[in-house]
Design a protein around this ligand. Structure first.
Ligand SMILES: [Zn+2]
Length: 68
């Protein structure tokens, strides 16, 4: 899964950040990717924080959609 909005030209790196679904606790499949430079920015830290608090896996997202 890609995090944030790194510029197109930036090399993508894979990061060892564990993000879990806030509903079922399942881990994000395939880990997290972002731009090499962007990954060091403060903006990226905010993106990760936001994601950790709000992330839903595909299954839980589907469930929520059905309930509405
Ligand atoms: Zn889930």
């Amino acid at each position: 899964m890609k995090i944030g909005n790194p510029p197109e030209s930036e090399r993508m790196v894979r990061l060892k950040i564990k993000i879990h679904c806030t509903e079922c606790g399942k881990r994000v499949p395939g880990g997290v990717q972002t731009g090499e430079e962007y990954g060091r920015s403060l903006e990226f830290q905010k993106d990760v924080k936001r994601l950790k608090e709000n992330y839903l896996c595909g299954i839980c997202r589907d469930k929520k959609r059905v309930q509405k």
